[in-house]
Write a protein that binds this ligand. Structure first.
Ligand SMILES: Cc1ncc(C[n+]2csc(CCOP(=O)(O)OP(=O)(O)O)c2C)c(N)n1
Ligand SMILES: [Mg+2]
Length: 919
């Protein structure tokens, strides 16, 4: 056989093995050829597939096929008995459909016009209702309840159900998308557009609407459930994660990028339900292709169990008659673009353009009326088919399951909506659409009622005593309560004693260690704490050695649900690589994005599981907010609590790593997250103080601060230095609020300046303080700024209060107050861009100048790079002299003299910083 014909099927087959009996091989090939000639290709295909199946049964090791025919995975004869009352469920499902559409319509009313989505829920209603009536377990279920990721823009359907359940009133329903301006009983009450736990904390649990993040977060959730279980923290064996996703959404790299984790970890506690309505926002997902087939191959190739639900029960008799495979062939060969068009046309059109393409299939529907043909439904609108798929998914073990369900976008909303390219964006129904939908759903609302004001069609609720409502509530009761529902009650936790932080407060003695290493020591002590230690979840995307965390490998071990089933190469070493089922370290591989969703799952465990777990996610700071910003945003929406550690921070500090590594701006990015509290500490004792404070803010019921749902972002460096002991009179409040005086200037007479720096910049201003005094007789006070951002936020809060009540006596911002009485201009520097220190500019009463590492990082030594960016000690000195000249204290010639003397324009003359340290 020539090589070019060895397609993918032969890859992996022992095709390169020498043929020991060419004659026998040829006989087999000849008989296949004969089969094709006699029985046709369909018959030959059938036999071949059966042979492959038989070969697999005989364990011959043929590769698996990743795609199957375009038919349901579960045959009609294998469908289970449906335990519900299909009629009753259909009735209230229609009411929900109606109310969901009406909610969006009403939100479009004159003067409001805030819109919403109608067509997505319309296509997915059955998928949700089968789950809600038969599968999804609520929070009161003895097994702990399921985690359900609802498709974001299907939210009107969830609200509409809550309305029937009595959880939302009609007035509240009308607050859709008017969170601050809609009032109910004299108070603002609005419903957020999409699932936002932060804004509806008793209802929504998982934010999903940024496409791609939901699927990834669901995998992390299922993984984390297993982690909790395997570590003996909580029995999660009965908890299942369901993620409802769009077929268009599956094009996001994040949506597909973690499938291998789920398969490798055998997460059979996870089911994806992908609503394949064949459309995204603008048009078809794969007009010329078949998204269901593509996803089937993709998921199966990644090791998932795949269940396709393509055709409704009306097709079963036709498929049973399809003896020569003509219908299946047609189904296989028809592209999605055509399938979409069929649903935008009519029964007659389907007869001519689908069945009519082959005389055999044409004959099959000869005695069908056009209406009967039109009624041949898609699998996703068939209750029993969906039920069968969900049941099979739950029963499947050893693999996660994806259910690929074919539906019609805008289903049941009439010809203006169904399968139209524009359907996603359509928000209003014309009077005739309303009437048609009302008829279709059998809603007892009269023409007159609709005509009165088509902008405001009424919601429908039959009253709480209606048998349908009783049935619906019974089902939810049986399954453990309503969903979506979020709770945030958690077991008491004992925070670590302050003693744990003492080593950090003592500094490093004479030893030079980087602040990253100082942090790792603090973390080690936290993990050693008898009661609290087990709640710590270190999360690392393959940089543990860089940060000195390999010391945790043998003691705390790397989580792997399979344990360690190989002979480890370094088993004899003291710091051997050790994987274990109950390992504490979540090592995510080189996957910052997945680490961030792992952070989310761990950081929300206080709510999802009632078990507070404290994630410490540590990574190269360059690959944090810049790379995973949207995941951090979703984590913040979900009110994750925990610590985000941006290690190897700084534009100049990460020895020689250069442009794509030197982070001089993550604090700008983190400042855009309202619930992330950012710090750029200089020393171990500052880090210890901040972590202690964070734990109290998040989990101490006595802590007075309002929002415990915060994450702390702390940047750390890899430059070795002596970590000083905390001063006796440590200004803890200053460290937490962002600024404290580290060292007073020596002189009482003569010009004065105030030097400020954060992080690794603090030693440079200490250096500058000495030079200023020695060379120029200038006295400088030195301030460590632990958080430019917190200082700014405090100032903004004070500003906001003034806006509302300009005449009242207002609070002076913390930084302004702190600087009262401090004489002379302020010079601020750091290993970040100027934007970072500039955050406080408007709250500093003194003359203010900032230095910053603006521009891309370069590969060089630390001292040279710092001089290149003009942020080092000597740059600070020259800037201080310029500022003193600008404020009339000295003559500018002094500054010029200094610039010359220090060779400020020559990076070779830079001296601020050491070489070495791990990177
Ligand atoms: C990251 C991201 N990009 C774009 C959007 C805007 N958006 C909202 S819904 C949608 C189309 C969704 O199509 P699909 O996933 O197929 O869901 P369907 O509504 O068809 O069920 C788009 C592009 C988004 N929400 N998130
Ligand atoms: Mg879609």
């Amino acid at each position: 056989m020539d090589n070019k014909n060895k397609g993918p099927i032969l890859n992996g087959l022992p095709a390169n093995v020498p043929d020991i009996d060419p004659q026998e091989t040829q006989d087999w090939i000849d008989s296949l050829d004969a089969l094709v000639e006699e029985g046709g290709t369909a018959r030959a295909r059938y036999i071949m597939l059966n042979l492959i199946q038989r070969a697999r049964q005989q364990r011959i090791g043929v590769p698996s096929l990743t795609a199957t025919d375009y038919v349901n995975t579960i045959g009609a004869e294998d469908e289970p008995w449906f335990p519900g009352d299909e009629e009753v469920e259909r009735r209230f499902r229609r009411w929900i459909r109606w109310n969901a559409a009406v909610q969006v319509q009403r939100a479009q009313r004159e003067g409001i016009g805030v819109g919403g989505h109608i067509s997505t829920y319309a296509s997915a209603a059955t998928l949700y209702e089968v789950g809600l009536n038969h599968f999804f377990r609520g929070k009161d279920h003895p097994g702990g309840g399921d985690h359900i990721f609802y498709q974001g823009h299907a939210s009107p359907g969830m609200y509409a159900r809550a309305f029937l359940e009595g959880r939302l009133s009609a007035e509240q329903m009308d607050g859709f998308r008017q969170q601050s301006s809609h009032y109910v009983n004299g108070k603002p009450f609005g419903l957020p557009s999409y699932p936002h736990p932060r804004q509806m904390p008793d209802f929504w649990e998982h934010p999903t609407v940024s496409m791609g993040i939901g699927p990834q977060a669901a995998i992390s959730q299922a993984q984390f459930d297993r982690y909790l279980h395997n570590r003996g923290i909580k029995d999660t064996s009965q908890q299942h994660t369901w993620a409802f996703l769009g077929d268009g959404e599956m094009d996001e790299p994040e949506a597909r990028g973690m499938l291998q984790y789920a398969a490798y970890e055998e997460l059979d506690n996870l089911t994806f339900v992908i609503n394949c309505n064949l459309q995204r926002l603008d048009g078809p997902v794969r007009g010329n292709g078949k998204i269901i087939q593509e996803l089937e191959s993709w998921f199966r190739g990644a090791g998932w169990n795949v269940i396709k639900v393509i055709w409704g029960r009306e097709w079963d008799p036709l498929l049973a008659k399809d003896r020569d495979g003509a219908l299946v062939n047609l189904m296989n060969a028809t592209p999605d673009g055509d399938y979409q068009t069929y649903k935008g046309e009519s029964g007659g059109f389907v007869r001519d353009n689908f069945f009519g393409r082959d005389p055999r299939t044409k004959a099959m529907v000869e005695d069908y009326t056009d209406q009967q043909i039109w009624n041949l439904k898609r699998g996703g609108h068939d209750y029993r088919k969906v039920y069968a798929a969900y049941k099979a998914a739950l029963e499947h073990t050893g693999q996660p399951t994806v259910i690929l369900v074919k539906t019609v976008k805008g289903y049941s909303l009439g010809p203006h909506f169904e399968a139209r390219n524009a359907t996603h964006q359509m928000k209003t129904m014309a009077l005739e659409d309303l009437k048609a939908a009302r008829d279709h759903f059998s809603i007892p609302i009269s023409d007159k009622q609709l005509e009165e004001n088509p902008e405001l069609p009424p919601y429908y609720h039959p009253g709480e005593d209606a048998p349908e409502i009783k049935y619906l509530l019974d089902r939810r009761h049986e399954l453990g309560g309503f969903t979506p529902e979020r709770r945030s009650k958690y077991v008491d936790i004992k925070l670590p004693d302050d003693k744990v932080f003492e080593p950090g407060m003592r500094g490093s003695g004479k030893q030079e260690i980087a602040s990253t290493m100082a942090f790792v020591r603090i973390l080690k002590d936290l993990m050693r704490d008898k009661e609290f230690g087990k709640r710590v979840v270190p999360i690392i995307p393959d940089e543990a050695r860089t940060f000195g965390m390999d010391s945790f490998f043998p003691t705390k071990k790397i989580y792997n649900p399979h344990g360690q089933n190989y002979i480890s190469v370094d088993r004899d070493l003291f710091l051997s690589y050790k994987e274990a089922t109950d390992g504490q370290l979540l090592h995510m591989g080189i996957n910052e994005s997945g680490s961030t969703t792992a952070l989310t799952a761990a950081g929300t465990s206080y709510a999802t599981h009632g078990e507070p777990m404290i994630p410490f996610y540590i990574f190269y700071s360059m690959f944090g907010f810049q790379r995973s910003g949207d995941q951090f945003w979703a984590a913040s929406d979900q009110m994750a609590r925990g610590f985000i550690l941006g290690a190897t921070a700084g534009r100049t500090t990460l020895t020689g790593e250069g442009l794509q590594h030197g982070d001089g701006h993550s604090h700008v990015l983190s400042s855009t997250f309202p619930s992330i509290v950012s710090y750029d500490p200089a020393y171990a004792y500052e880090i210890a103080t901040i972590i202690r404070d964070g734990l109290h803010r998040m989990y101490d019921p006595e802590d007075p601060r309002q929002d415990p749902n915060v994450m702390y972002y702390i940047t750390m460096y890899n430059e070795p230095m002596v970590q000083p002991k905390a001063p006796e009179d440590l200004d803890t409040e200053g460290i937490i609020k962002g600024l404290y005086k580290l060292k007073d200037g020596n002189k009482t007479e003569g010009p004065k300046v105030q030097l400020m720096a954060s992080g690794v910049g603090v030693p440079w201003i200490l250096e500058a303080q000495e030079i200023l005094e020695k060379d120029w007789g200038v006295s400088a006070d030195v301030w460590s700024v632990t958080s430019w951002q917190e200082l700014r936020r405090d100032g903004q809060e004070a500003d906001d209060a003034r806006l509302l009540d300009p005449e009242a006596e207002h609070r002076v911002p913390f930084v302004t107050q702190k600087l009262l009485g401090s004489e002379g201009p302020v010079i601020a520097t750091s290993d970040f861009t100027r934007t970072v220190p500039d955050m406080i500019r408007q709250y500093v009463p003194n003359h203010f100048t900032s230095l910053g590492a603006d521009g891309y990082a370069i590969s060089d030594t630390r001292p040279a790079a710092r001089r290149y960016f003009l942020i080092d000690a000597h740059s600070v000195v020259v800037q201080a002299l310029i500022s003193l000249a600008d404020t009339g204290e000295i003559d500018m010639s002094k500054a010029a003299e200094a610039a010359k003397k220090y060779g400020l324009d020559d990076p070779r003359k830079g001296v601020s910083g050491t070489t070495g340290g791990d990177a």
